[in-house]
Design a protein around this ligand. Structure first.
Ligand SMILES: [Mg+2]
Length: 425
């Protein structure tokens, strides 16, 4: 103990005087008193997107279709963290919107009360433990708001905090699923037309989400038609999104992916892409890299899935995988093992994570289709956009670099369209 006191005295002794400087006035140490998080608000709000409808009653991603003149109502969540020193951090979900996710965020929010926001890693562990019986879908949005808060407290961008690798992101078009009704992506010809359009406006590739009934012949025809239309050098990816009914169906479509030189093959069949053994057996027979793990949650489970042979590439999403904190842990695990990681879906947090990664390829503008806007809440006053009409000519979207997440939210819109708010304080 005596040695420790001596070391501390030495470390805080003014040069040449022997005078001990109090810790609180030593340069850069204790420069401010500790802030504590003292409130968390979680607001659900609704907004409408034109010309989008549903093929069936269920409002899942796979049922979206082109319906001219319709106004599709969707919901998203706006998080605001505040500290006892007047700082605030914000995040609006780009993708997550289910009642289950809202409930998990509400359940987890009290864990943040009284915490030093700069203890982000400790908070990550606390939230992870608290949600261990659930699927963690409320954790990510809180972590992302925390990064915004820390960045704004220190006047620094999350982009700089993460450590930049790139300033703009090559972007691919990620399509809506095929529809059975007329319009949108209803035929292989419609897919080929739309792929050609995406190629002409600068996208760096296209990911096909096919039809929901898992018809091997139609999916195969679609792949061949799109490849023929766009030529040999443009990237095509296929994501059946777990719609192919059997492993044999997944193998048959996978062989067409090999034939047309797909860049990756994602979540092929109805194991919900959680069977490492089933995916390993596909990998043994296919040349196309398998991108699987969208539904394997977080660092430990993705690592175990990959080490069990379940994928060639890892998928991660800051809204799904416990925030920016969780995604960067996964990215660094992948980097160590020579694995490439793809960010699932779009949003400011996704762009920031991708900006700091070497081992990744393209940003996913999800979801897009002919005359079909992306269902993104119109809550940005800073020009941020994930709409295909706003894609820069070089097909690369910018990375926000203002303080915190680097985007400015339209709280008037959010509050005007609020459907419910839970305030935890
Ligand atoms: Mg997917």
């Amino acid at each position: 103990m005596g040695d420790l006191v001596a070391i501390l005295s030495h470390m805080n002794t003014e040069a040449g005087t022997g005078r001990v400087i109090p810790i609180s006035s030593a340069a850069g140490i204790g420069r401010k008193s500790m802030a504590k998080i003292n409130s968390i608000s979680i607001t659900e709000f609704a907004f409408k997107t034109p010309d989008i409808g549903l093929e069936t009653a269920a409002a899942g991603v796979g049922n979206m279709s082109y319906v001219k003149g319709n106004q599709f109502e969707a919901k998203r969540f706006a998080i605001r963290l505040k500290t006892d020193q007047g700082h605030s951090g914000e995040y609006v979900t780009n993708w997550i919107s289910t009642p289950s996710s809202f409930g998990q965020a509400v359940m987890l929010a009290p864990t943040l009360l009284g915490r030093n926001p700069e203890h982000r890693e400790a908070i990550y562990d606390a939230l992870k433990r608290e949600a261990r019986a659930y699927d963690h879908m409320g954790h990510g949005m809180l972590d992302i708001a925390l990064w915004d808060l820390i960045g704004k407290m220190n006047g620094v961008s999350v982009k700089a905090m993460l450590g930049g690798y790139r300033d703009t992101l090559p972007t691919y078009a990620s399509t809506y699923h095929g529809q059975e009704s007329a319009g949108g992506l209803c035929t292989p010809e419609a897919y080929a037309d739309y792929a050609q359009h995406c190629q002409s406006v600068g996208f760096h590739g296209i990911k096909i989400h096919g039809w929901m009934n898992g018809d091997v012949a139609r999916e195969s025809k679609n792949l061949r038609g799109v490849r023929k239309r766009v030529g040999d050098d443009w990237r095509i990816m296929l994501d059946p999104a777990c719609t192919l009914k059997t492993w044999n169906d997944a193998l048959a479509v996978g062989r067409v992916c090999d034939e047309i030189n797909c860049f990756w093959y994602e979540d092929p069949y109805m194991d919900s892409s959680v069977s490492a053994t089933g995916q390993l057996r596909l990998r043994e027979k296919l040349a196309t890299p398998l991108l699987v793990s969208e539904h394997i949650r977080g660092l430990e489970q993705k690592a175990s899935f990959m080490l069990a042979g379940g994928c060639d590439m890892i998928h991660a999403d800051p809204e799904y995988d416990m925030g920016i904190t969780g995604v960067m842990k996964i990215a660094h695990f992948c980097e160590a093992l020579g694995l490439d990681l793809q960010l699932h879906a779009a949003g400011p947090a996704h762009r920031l994570c991708m900006s700091a990664m070497r081992n990744t390829h393209m940003y996913e503008m999800a979801l897009v289709g002919p005359s079909m806007p992306n269902i993104i809440a119109p809550v940005y006053t800073c020009g941020y956009s994930d709409q295909p009409v706003d894609l820069p000519a070089d097909g690369c979207v910018p990375v926000p670099d203002g303080p915190g997440l680097g985007v400015v939210y339209d709280w008037d819109f959010i509050n005007t369209h609020e459907t419910q708010t839970v305030l935890v304080k």
